[in-house]
Design a protein around this ligand. Sequence first.
Ligand SMILES: Nc1nc2c(c(=O)[nH]1)N[C@H]1C(S)=C(S)[C@@H](COP(=O)(O)O)O[C@H]1N2
Ligand SMILES: [Mo]
Length: 199
Amino acid sequence: MPIISKGFRGRPGGRDPELPPGQYRTTDFPVLSTGPSPHVDPDRWSLTLVTEAGETSTWDRQALLALPQERPTVDIHCVTKWSKFGTSWRGVSLDTLLDGVSTAASFVKVASYGGYTTNLPLEDLRGGRAWVVHEFDGRPLTPEHGGPVRLLVPHLYFWKSAKWVRELQLLTQDEPGFWETNGYHDYGDPWREQRYQGD
Ligand SMILES: Nc1nc2c(c(=O)[nH]1)N[C@H]1C(S)=C(S)[C@@H](COP(=O)(O)O)O[C@H]1N2
Ligand SMILES: [Mo]
């Protein structure tokens, strides 16, 4: 008799081991934005990485598509408690973008078209854990979900995955972003349920 049977997950009071604490599963794809979706023309989109020394690297759509593409399939967890399992994306690993960038920075401030910002440790963009993505489910990323290009950092709450990503600023000191200055946790690990400051 297997220790984990099929019925285990659904049992009242039993915990779904794939679901972070306090989350529930959803199969739809809710849209969460603080304001209207900025219209970003794919041909005018670019991403600029700025190091703490002020050195910049910029990729436009063509440059992004010329880099090695990956197809991550990941679970995503929103702080409003929905989790969506097995989402599939296509884009470029941050390891690829950071390759050859000389930096001693420990933090990143991410800025989007439209003004949204969020922060995270630079380390969290490395190790095959973060991408800039331009496709969802085999189709170009739609504007409401951050198209033409968004950040995808699925091991942190989904507010860290900035839609309409425009700039990555490498910093020696942490600088809180939009939600982080509005009471949300600086790091946001869903497995440790770091929703708000002090969690
Ligand atoms: N630029 C920008 N990025 C953003 C947001 C936003 O308001 N603006 N909301 C964040 C939050 S709280 C979540 S849960 C996800 C939602 O992504 P979705 O709308 O594709 O589900 O985007 C994140 N990235
Ligand atoms: Mo969210």
